[in-house]
Design a binder for this molecule. Structure first.
Ligand SMILES: Nc1ncnc2c1ncn2[C@@H]1O[C@H](COP(=O)(O)OP(=O)(O)O)[C@@H](O)[C@H]1O
Ligand SMILES: [Mg+2]
Length: 523
C-alpha cells in the first residue's frame, strides 16, 4: 500500500508540479497546453460554498418532519384510523391559506396510512388527486378509475399466479399418488378426489376451495375479469360511463378507499360540484367497498357554492390550518436549512428575515422557503460564500417582481389597456391621476387597436380589480360638490410592467403613444 502510494505521487509530481491528490486523468488534462475549453464552467463547479442540497428547498420536496402541524396531523389520523379497522372514516374538509402545510401534511398522513395498512394487511387505499391539474369531473373520475383498474389487475395477477401454482401442485400430487397406488391400501379414489382423501394431505387443504373444479372455475373467472378490464380514455366517453367503470373498479373487492382531493376549490370553481355530489353518495350503493373523501381547500368560503347536501356530507369533520407566525416559520426554515446548506453558509439574520417577510405574506411557508432558496442563489451568483441580509432583501424584490410580471402577463386585454393608460400618464409626469383621465386615454388606445370600448363604469371596476391585485393603488377622494373620484397611482415598477405589457402583441402594435397622452390636455 505504502509503496503504491509513493509511486503514484512520484508519477504525479513529474506531470504536474502542484497537484498531489489528483488522479491520472486530470493530470493528463492539465498537461495539455491550452485544454479544449476556457474554463467557463470550471470556476462555477469549484465554487459551491452555499448549497449542500438545494432540492429540499423546492416545493416538490415532501419533508419527513412537519413542525407546528402536530395537532392537525393527529386530528387527521384520529379520523382516518377507522379505515384500518375496516370502517368508513368520516369525510374531512381541510381549510387554510396557501403555504400553511396542507398538502405536505395530507401527503405525510396518506403515506403513513398506506404503509400501516400494508403492515397489517388491511385493504385500504389512498388516492391523491390535485384538482388544479385534474380539473373536470370527467378527468377526476377517469384518473381514479384507471388507478383502481391498475390495482385490480395487479390483484388478479397475484391471485392467478397463486392459483395456477396450486393447480400445478395438485397435478404433481395426483401423479405421486397414482405412482404409489400400490402402497395405499384399498383406496382407488385417491386420484379422483385428492381433497377429500382420508389420511393424505392435499394442496387444497387450508384453501377456500373444496374441489379442483371450484379452483378451475375461479381461475377461469379471474382470467375473464382480467380480459374485460379496460382503461378509461382521457376524453371521449359519456361521463356516466366513466362513473360506472370507476364504481365497478372500486367495488371489485372489499376495501376502504380514501380519496384526497387537493385544491378542491379549483375543481368546484371550474366544473361545479357534480363530482363531489357523485362521490359523496357512492357509499349507499357500493356493496364491497367504502369511500371516504378528504377535500383540501385554499379558499375558506368555497363551501358557500356547494349544494347543501354536498356541503353537509363533505364537511362532517373540518380541520383548519392557521397561518404560521414568524417564530414558527423560523423553525420550519431552520429544519430545512440544516440539510440544504453547507455549514456556515448562513449569516445569523437570514432565517429571521425570511421568516419575517413571509409572516407578512399571510404566514406562507412556501414563500419563506422560496425566499431562502432565492437568497442562496443570489449569494451564489455574487460568488459569495455566505448569504447576507441584503441577499434576502434582493430575493424579496425579485420574487415580488416575478409575481407582478406573472399577474400582469395574464391580465385580460381590457385590464392591460387600463393599466397601460395609467402608465402612460405617470410616465408623462401626471400626478393625482383620476378615473376620467385614465378613461380618455383608454378610449383612444381601444380605437387604435380596434378593441371594444367599455363604459367608464366598467373601467372603474377594472381599476378596483387592479387595486386588489396590488398593481395600482386607488383611493377615493371627495371633490366637494363635483362628487367623488378615484386617485390612481402605480404600485409596481413602471419599466418592468411596461415591458410586460408591450410583450402583448396587440399592445406592442400601438405605434406612437405620445399623442394619446396629449389627449389628456385636450380634454
Ligand atoms: N410545518 C412545516 N414544516 C416543514 N415544511 C413545511 C411545513 N408547512 C409547510 N411546509 C413546506 O412549505 C411549502 C408549502 O406547503 P404546502 O403543504 O404545499 O402548503 P399548502 O398546501 O397549504 O399550500 C412546502 O414546501 C412544504 O414542504
Ligand atoms: Mg397545497
Amino acid at each position: 500500500m505504502v509503496d503504491n502510494q509513493s509511486e503514484n505521487d512520484d508519477e504525479e509530481r513529474t506531470n504536474s508540479a502542484q497537484s498531489f491528490d489528483l488522479d491520472l486523468d486530470e493530470v493528463v488534462l492539465d498537461d495539455e497546453p491550452d485544454g479544449d475549453n476556457q474554463g467557463l464552467f470550471d470556476d462555477l463547479l469549484d465554487s459551491e460554498p452555499i448549497f449542500e442540497n438545494k432540492e429540499v428547498l423546492r416545493p416538490s420536496y415532501t419533508p419527513h418532519e412537519l413542525p407546528h402541524r402536530k395537532e392537525q396531523i393527529n386530528k387527521m389520523a384520529t379520523i382516518l384510523v377507522a379505515a384500518l379497522r375496516g370502517e368508513t372514516p368520516s369525510n374531512i374538509l381541510i381549510y387554510g391559506k396557501t403555504g400553511t402545510g396542507k398538502t405536505a401534511s395530507a401527503k405525510f398522513v396518506s403515506q403513513e396510512l398506506e404503509s400501516t395498512s400494508q403492515k397489517y394487511s388491511v385493504p385500504c387505499d389512498v388516492e391523491y388527486i390535485n384538482c388544479e391539474v385534474t380539473d373536470t369531473q370527467y378527468r377526476v373520475l377517469a384518473q381514479l378509475a384507471n388507478k383502481f383498474i391498475d390495482k385490480n389487475e395487479e390483484l388478479i395477477d397475484e391471485r392467478l399466479t397463486e392459483y395456477e401454482a396450486l393447480r400445478e401442485d395438485i397435478e404433481d400430487d395426483s401423479g405421486d399418488i397414482s405412482d404409489n397406488v400400490g402402497d395405499v391400501p384399498d383406496n382407488g379414489k385417491a386420484s379422483e378426489a385428492p381433497a377429500n382423501t382420508t389420511g393424505t394431505t392435499s394442496p387444497l387443504d387450508d384453501t377456500e376451495f373444496d374441489s379442483v373444479d371450484e379452483l378451475d372455475d375461479r381461475i377461469e373467472e379471474l382470467r375473464q375479469d382480467r380480459e374485460e378490464m379496460e382503461q378509461v380514455p382521457m376524453t371521449g366517453w359519456p361521463t356516466d360511463r366513466v362513473y360506472s367503470v370507476f364504481f365497478e373498479a372500486v367495488d371489485y373487492r372489499e376495501r376502504v378507499v380514501v380519496i384526497m382531493l387537493d385544491e378542491i376549490d379549483k375543481l368546484v370553481e371550474k366544473s361545479g360540484d357534480d363530482t363531489l355530489y357523485n362521490l359523496s353518495r357512492m357509499n349507499s350503493e357500493l356493496s364491497n367497498s367504502r369511500v371516504s373523501i378528504m377535500g383540501i381547500s385554499n379558499d375558506l368560503k368555497f363551501t358557500d357554492f356547494l349544494d347543501p347536501r354536498v356541503k353537509s356530507s363533505l364537511g362532517e369533520e373540518e380541520i383548519v390550518f392557521p397561518p404560521y407566525d414568524a417564530n414558527q416559520l423560523r423553525d420550519i426554515l431552520q429544519h430545512r436549512a440544516d440539510v440544504a446548506f453547507k455549514p456556515d453558509a448562513l449569516t445569523d439574520d437570514v432565517i429571521p428575515l425570511c421568516a419575517a417577510f413571509a409572516a407578512q405574506e399571510h404566514g406562507d411557508a412556501r414563500r419563506a422557503l422560496d425566499l431562502l432558496r432565492t437568497a442562496g442563489e443570489l449569494a451564489e451568483r455574487d460568488q459569495q460564500d455566505r448569504i447576507l441580509e441584503e441577499h434576502v432583501r434582493q430575493a424579496q424584490d425579485k420574487i415580488e417582481l416575478d409575481r407582478v410580471v406573472e399577474v400582469v402577463r395574464t391580465l385580460p386585454t381590457q385590464s392591460k389597456l387600463v393599466l397601460f393608460s395609467t402608465i402612460l400618464l405617470e410616465k408623462n409626469g401626471v400626478h393625482n391621476i383620476n378615473t376620467g383621465e385614465v378613461y380618455n386615454i383608454y378610449k383612444s388606445l381601444c380605437e387604435e387597436i380596434d378593441a371594444d370600448v367599455l363604459t367608464q363604469r366598467r373601467v372603474t371596476d377594472l381599476i378596483s380589480e387592479l387595486d386588489m391585485l396590488g398593481i395600482v393603488n386607488a383611493v377615493v377622494v371627495s371633490k366637494g360638490r363635483y362628487g367623488r373620484t378615484k386617485e390612481i397611482s402605480l404600485s409596481v415598477p413602471i419599466e418592468e410592467t411596461e415591458a410586460v405589457l408591450m410583450s402583448d402583441s396587440r399592445i406592442g402594435d400601438i405605434e406612437d403613444v405620445q399623442p394619446f397622452v396629449q389627449a389628456r390636455f385636450d380634454n
